[in-house]
Ligand binder design. Structure first.
Ligand code: FAD
Length: 467
């Protein structure tokens, strides 16, 4: 199918989008090259994103849980943290997965080409920076070059105490006082890790709410919990600068509740991510990139150049690994001549904080703004025996139903394991379930998953009088 080209498919970038696309294309019988500038495969997600952060968050959760056991009559001592061993554990997890990808590529005959790739023609990608420059001639290309942290301008980026998420995951030390700029998912996850390890954490967020994008009620139990554990949370506050003092970084704030400045040992900037569309030579292939660096695609993941596809963070929000992998499969299948399309009704978002915050489909804020006639079934975990048994009655499960069709359109869950629980809601949305479908499905007792069924029954009015 290569039509005389050296490769049927060249994939640029080996993150979750890229490796999934490359493997799927090879499984469909295509000749594939996978180009990556970094020594290990797996992109942001495996190397400096989802995976290392979750390894550290597990440690953080155990530290907090061990401390909470005092309320159950069991006292552990203060944690004795061997940072080097913790780093080794995290790096070991990453290494197992990235090495695994190498093996999977080899077994499928996917050729991994090391170096930085840029288009030098509509059917040509030139890879340099590795051992030698190579020109790959392709019938199809899949751009999966991902994104990188947005560096706030004007900050002293040369100072190693000023960190992006990658540096924060390196866990160089446990700073006495840590400032986290940005109260989104990534900032709050790292705040959670450092707070558990013993840092005094301050979080600054520009908007009136932590985790903008999630419903305010969903974020409240998290905010309640961290309010007493963190040094400060400043909402509606802007960081106007960071200055280098003798032995500290001095951040300047603009906001009603914040002081004009404060000293920190380290500062993490987590204010968003920018796509890598600007530096791949897209022009040479005629691929349009917008001024932010995003590449527009249709539902078959095709760019404006029909034989060149784009997937993952580089095509837009939500910038999530599970979106990238699904898009990667579609792109590979279309390259192989299948009539595939990306047609997700809902893409779940999860903050793996403590408690976890997860949502999928339409949020209540969006339903209100869109004028949708909707109804809510909300089940407080204070009425769940299992939640009380783990000492976490603050959570809740909320389902949103379209009043006209009776079908579930959205869900939000806050509490431990919310990220695992929300998958059932995503399935329900994809299947077009009504409340009775969920409520009549027998869930095991006593589990947190029951709260999904109970929330559906609350909506139906078959469960009332919860307290
Ligand atoms: P990426 O993973 O960004 O990979 C792109 C790859 O392309 C990189 O390896 C890069 O080196 C390579 N590349 C780029 N340009 C070139 C070039 N010119 N030549 C050669 N190679 C190139 N998402 C979740 O779903 N769940 C999470 O829990 C989660 N946690 C996160 C935590 C952190 C700290 C961060 C930063 C992100 C997290 N994300 C999470 C987001 C997730 O990592 C991304 O959505 C995902 O990695 C995007 O995949 P991708 O395939 O689009 O690109």
């Amino acid at each position: 199918s290569g039509g005389g080209h050296e490769y049927d498919v060249v994939v640029l970038g080996s993150g979750p989008g890229g490796y999934t696309a490359a493997f799927r294309a090879a499984d469909l019988g295509l000749k594939v090259a996978l180009v990556e500038r970094y020594p290990s495969l797996g992109g942001v997600c495996l190397n400096v994103g989802c995976i290392p952060s979750k390894a550290l968050l597990h440690t953080a959760a155990i530290i907090d849980e061990a401390a909470a056991m005092a309320d159950h009559g069991v006292r552990f001592g203060d944690p004795d943290i061997d940072l080097e061993r913790l780093r080794e554990f995290k790096d070991g997890v990453v290494g197992k997965l990235t090495d695994g990808l190498g093996g999977m590529a080899t077994r499928r005959g996917v050729e991994v080409v090391r170096g930085t790739g840029r288009f030098t023609g509509p059917n040509e990608l030139t890879v340099g920076g590795g051992d030698e420059e190579r020109v790959l001639d392709f019938a199809h290309a899949i751009i999966a070059a991902g994104s990188q942290s947005l560096e706030l301008p004007g900050l002293p980026w040369g100072d190693p105490r000023l960190m992006d998420s990658t540096a924060a995951l390196d866990l160089e030390d446990i700073p006495g006082r840590l400032l986290v700029i940005g109260g989104g998912i990534i900032g709050l996850e790292m705040a959670c890790v450092y707070a558990a390890l013993g840092s005094k954490v301050t979080v600054v967020e520009l908007t009136p709410q932590l985790m903008p994008g999630a419903d305010a009620d969903l974020v409240r139990p998290l905010q309640q919990r961290i309010k007493s554990r963190y040094e400060n949370i400043y909402l509606e506050t802007r960081v106007t600068g960071v200055d280098i003092a003798d032995d500290a970084l001095v951040a300047r704030f603009e906001g009603e509740k914040a002081p004009s400045s404060a000293e920190f040992d380290r500062v993490l900037v987590a204010v968003g991510r920018v796509p890598n569309g600007g530096n791949i030579g897209a022009d040479a292939a005629g691929v349009e990139v917008d001024d932010k660096g995003f590449i527009a695609v249709d539902n078959r993941m095709r760019t404006n150049v029909p034989h060149i596809f784009a997937i993952g963070d580089i095509v837009g929000q939500p910038m999530l690994a599970h979106k990238a992998t699904h898009e990667g499969k579609v792109a590979a299948e279309v390259c192989a001549g299948h009539k595939s399309a990306f047609d997700a009704r809902a893409i779940p978002s999860v903050a793996y904080t403590d408690p976890e915050v997860a949502w999928v489909g339409v949020t209540e804020t969006e339903a209100k703004a869109g004028g949708t006639a909707y109804g809510v079934g909300k089940f407080p975990w204070a009425a769940s025996g299992r939640a009380l048994g783990i000492g976490r009655g603050e959570g809740f499960t909320k389902l949103l139903f379209d009043e006209e069709t009776g079908r579930i359109i959205g869900a939000g869950i806050v509490g431990p394991h919310a990220g695992d629980l929300v998958s059932e809601c995503a399935l329900a949305i994809e299947m077009g379930c009504e409340a009775a479908d969920i409520g009549l499905t027998i869930h095991p007792h006593p589990t947190l998953s029951e709260t999904v069924a109970f929330a559906a029954e609350v909506y139906e009015g078959t469960v009332t009088d919860l307290y």
